[in-house]
Design a protein around this ligand. Structure first.
Ligand code: AP5
Length: 221
């Protein structure tokens, strides 16, 4: 299975992609997680991209596209993958189509998680994340069992640099600008499905699984 998650910052892409990856034994490829890890480890990639992320701007395509091309060749992607945070614009989407074509692969479904701007601002302002395994929590509804400590790996929890009010605003602006042509691109390919991303996490997940399985069965017939 090869799936893309689209949706605004805070739509729940990470939360849902993590669940879906676990259920179907797929690789979760999150460009945001890869870049944050690189920033923490102060690698060349981290130093190149940190300032874009802190401002809520997209990292240049010349950096992101080769990064994804290499990641998709890794062994864990052979069984299938979920892209969370990539593509972010039509150039990236076109490059992905080319990459997959060369690998003799195609996408199964593109899920577009829809959540109101008011709700995503609230979610992002309350998000806390594990520094080690990137598990996502929320001070408004999903707290860890021990304050400041991740339930899964005991790593420290922190607030993302780009979850500051002014950066959230810019991320949403960037998203609005790129989203319409990107959604149109996948609509034309007839693999885009819109999913209501509001409501409890479990319910959203059930809807996603139903759509994903339907697409998968259709493709296998
Ligand atoms: P990235 O990490 O991809 O950030 P994003 O797209 O802004 O998305 P988020 O991670 O903020 O939101 P999400 O949808 O994953 O929500 P989550 O599940 O965490 O990218 C960060 C930066 O990296 C970019 O700004 C850019 O600089 C760079 N970058 C990354 N990819 C790039 C690319 N391809 N090209 C160029 N640059 C790139 O959930 C959010 C909160 O809501 C959590 O607290 C969660 O607990 C809560 N929540 C989730 N679901 C629900 C629900 N159903 N009900 C209530 N609360 C919920």
């Amino acid at each position: 299975m090869r799936i893309i998650f689209l949706g605004s910052p805070g739509a729940g892409k990470g939360v849902q992609a993590q669940r879906l990856a676990k259920k179907y034994h797929l690789a979760q490829v999150s460009t945001g997680d890869i870049l944050r890890k690189a920033t923490r480890q102060k690698t060349k990639l981290g130093l190149q991209t940190q300032s874009y992320m802190e401002k809520g701007e997209l990292v240049p395509d010349e950096i992101i596209i080769p990064l994804i091309a290499e990641r998709l060749k890794e062994k864990d992607c052979a069984h299938g993958f979920i892209l969370d945070g990539f593509p972010r614009n039509v150039t990236q989407a076109e490059m992905l189509t080319e990459m997959l074509k060369k690998m003799n692969l195609s996408l199964d479904t593109v899920l577009n998680l829809k959540v109101s701007t008011e709700k995503v601002i609230k979610r992002l302002s309350a998000r806390i994340v594990c520094q080690s395994c990137e598990a996502v929590y929320n001070t408004e509804g999903h707290l860890p069992q021990v304050k400041g400590i991740c339930d899964y790996c005991s790593g420290p929890l922190y607030r993302r640099e780009d979850d500051k009010e002014e950066t959230i605003e810019n991320r949403l602006k960037v998203y609005e600008k790129e989203m319409i042509p990107l959604v149109e691109y996948y609509k034309r390919k007839e693999i885009l499905v819109e999913i209501k991303g509001e409501g409890i996490v479990e319910k959203v997940f059930q809807n996603i699984c139903a759509v994903v399985e339907k697409g998968w069965l259709k493709k296998k017939q």
